[in-house]
Design a protein around this ligand. Structure first.
Ligand SMILES: [Zn+2]
Length: 421
């Protein structure tokens, strides 16, 4: 089925490229053409969708989510309050929320029992609604290390290779390694301590590369950031330069990150202001300035909000993706820069830049329409009128779709799904 979508503006995803009175032709799951209104060769049988006042753009990309993080897991005992079947249903609901916010590609960086594989395949098969998913399955971590209860414990070289191979055998699209400790696991080393050495990290990279996959490394401390860089990972997650006494931005290390071409996902999320009101401005302003300094140094930053993880009683909800983008604006990023790091750069970081992330003929039809022009007002991204995932409309103004319950435009139908978890 050919679909021609016309809109006031088309942002292709290529930096700064904006087409006034543009149109996009969709053929099944693929984009068949992009151009000015009337410029494409369109057969009369094509369905025409006119979206005046709207902007068409690539679907948003969330490079770091945990759809199946169960905040009721007791990290000390490993006891879970939620059964796998119920958790899988909650993951499906989180996936629906994500796509309702305009996210058409998400990378899940850790969960238990390969439920993420089941969810990814179910979405792809049309059994449930969500973004295209790339999944990491169990994060590799030492016994009792950060997020050990997700099931990916390994302590030595053969151990990390085994868990890496088991994850890949089970269908992981990417490997996740917890290179440093973290703040979410009571018994784990603190975030500023390393959990693996370079040899072990390199073994994980080798296992992934053998199968054409990448590695996402959770790294807070300068030492762990330096180690994962040396090991050759694809993306560095968090990258906070955390030390026992606070953030210690390291310009030399950042220069190495920039020249390596590795992507950094600083896991910027929408609870920033809530946290600032509790802990005060000073530490968070320091963190914001690290974002701009990394950008200025040429680091390839990408959007990813770590949704699923609670911060104490703060819920990083799956449908608050744009809240994270607004924090980049607070740090001084332009709307064009933010859209780039949320689409084309994030898709490249996830290893699927040839497949999606921009509006180009031949790419997958992962497309959203928003009310207004986000290049002039980023808040337009909160007014979603249309979401196509691989050409399939999952949210559309005026049409009662299953995913249309949040993030809808002013004239869209809404049905409040009620309180989330
Ligand atoms: Zn995470």
């Amino acid at each position: 089925m050919l679909k021609l979508i016309r809109a006031a503006t088309v942002l292709t995803g290529r930096p700064g490229e904006s087409i006034r009175n543009g149109e996009v032709l969709v053929d099944g799951t693929r984009i068949a053409g992009v151009g000015e209104r009337g410029s494409l060769d369109v057969p009369p049988s094509a369905l025409v969708l006119d979206l005046p006042g709207r902007t068409l753009m690539p679907g948003l990309v969330d490079a770091h989510v945990h759809l199946g993080f169960d905040d009721r897991v007791d990290p000390v005992t490993g006891q879970t309050a939620e059964s796998d079947p119920r958790l899988l249903l909650r993951m499906a609901e989180n996936a629906r929320k994500l796509v309702s916010a305009g996210v058409t590609l998400a990378r899940d960086l850790g969960g238990r029992n390969f439920l993420d594989v089941a969810l990814r395949d179910s979405i792809a098969a049309g059994l449930t609604v969500g973004p295209n998913l790339l999944v990491a399955t169990r994060p590799i971590t030492p016994t009792g290390g950060h997020c050990w209860y997700m099931g990916g414990e390994a302590d030595d070289l053969s151990g990390v290779r085994r868990v890496a191979r088991e994850n890949l055998r089970a269908g992981a699209d990417v490997l996740k390694v917890m290179a440093s400790g973290g703040q979410m696991t009571a018994v784990a080393p603190p975030a500023w301590r390393s959990q693996f050495d370079v040899t072990q990290l390199r073994a994980i990279v080798e296992e992934a590369e053998l199968r054409g996959k990448g590695v996402a490394a959770h790294a807070h401390s300068p030492e762990s950031i330096s180690d994962v860089l040396e090991a050759g990972v694809t993306t560095i997650e968090h990258c906070t330069f955390l030390t026992p006494t606070g953030y210690a931005y390291d310009a030399d290390l950042v220069a190495r990150i920039a020249s390596s071409g590795v992507y950094v996902c600083p896991t910027v999320h929408g609870q920033f202001e809530a946290i600032r009101s509790r802990v005060g401005s000073a530490p968070l302003d320091g963190w914001l300035s690290m974002l701009t300094r990394m950008r200025d140094a040429g680091v390839r930053l990408v959007a990813g909000d770590d949704c699923g993880f609670h911060l104490g009683d703060l819920d990083k909800a799956a449908d608050d993706y744009v809240g994270g983008l607004e924090v980049f604006a607070l740090a001084g990023f332009s709307a064009a820069e933010i859209i780039e790091l949320a689409t084309v750069t994030a898709a490249a970081a996830c290893g699927v830049g040839d497949e999606t992330g921009s509006l180009d003929a031949g790419k997958r039809a992962d497309i959203i329409a928003v009310h207004g022009d986000p290049l002039f007002d980023l808040a337009a991204l909160r007014e979603i009128d249309l979401v196509l995932v691989a050409g399939r409309a999952v949210t559309q103004s005026g049409v009662d779709t299953v995913a249309g319950s949040s993030g809808g435009g002013p004239d869209s139908l809404r049905s409040d799904p009620g309180g989330g978890p």
